[in-house]
Design a protein around this ligand. Structure first.
Ligand code: GAR
Length: 191
């Protein structure tokens, strides 16, 4: 049994999709949801699904072994960032080599890096009048959005699209692909 921890800070719509996707699977399960915000809606949603949750302060996240101890206690072997905005510390990248993935709401390497998240990404895509956008799933390393790309999916943009409609198009792709890509990756790594 593979046990996933999801790190999320926002509404958690991707986290929800992933939890629901793996709910009835026998070989992969979501065992822990972590947030940096005690009142993040994603935590209530996880608890409603009977999943353990954890909130960490910045200091705990970067300067203590508390997180590693918690991950080991839950026997976590794979980490998914789904709308989690803090840079992952190197102790964690070292502890989980090729076992941490992130989703980004653009076609990396364009529109990535520090400060490029959520709405800001779609604003920038609109400002550049891009004919397309999309989503990227990639391995996490010590730099924002620079790890090796695992999967991308794109959507056409129309001149009348604004950041809100772009966000909707991209989120639809995220919801469609994130969980199956995680599943395929975990099963491929097992072989
Ligand atoms: C998603 O669109 C994800 O790609 C983005 O945050 C959103 C979270 O939505 N992540 C980043 O921008 C990371 N740089 P959700 O909370 O509804 O899943």
């Amino acid at each position: 049994m593979h046990r996933i921890a999801i790190f999320a800070s926002g509404t958690g719509s991707n986290a929800r999709k992933i939890i629901e996707y793996f709910k009835n699977k026998t070989d992969i399960t979501v065992s822990l949801v972590l947030s940096n915000k005690a009142n993040a809606p994603v935590l209530d949603m996880a608890r409603d699904h009977g999943i353990d949750t954890l909130t960490l302060t910045r200091k705990e996240f970067y300067e203590t072994e508390h997180l590693l101890a918690q991950l080991h206690q839950h026997a976590i072997d794979f980490i998914v960032l789904a709308g989690f905005l803090w840079l992952v510390p190197s102790y964690l990248v070292r502890a989980y080599p090729q076992k941490i993935v992130n989703i980004h709401p653009a076609l990396l390497p364009k529109y990535g890096g520090k400060g490029m998240y959520g709405h800001w990404v779609h604003e920038a895509v609109k400002a550049a009048a891009e004919p397309e956008s999309g989503m990227t799933i990639h391995f996490v390393n010590e730099a924002y959005d620079e790890g090796a790309i695992i999967f991308q999916s794109s959507c056409r943009l129309d001149p009348e699209d604004d950041p809100e409609t772009i966000a909707k198009k991209v989120l639809r792709l995220e919801h469609e692909h994130f969980a199956p890509v995680i599943e395929q990756l975990i099963l491929k790594q097992e072989r």
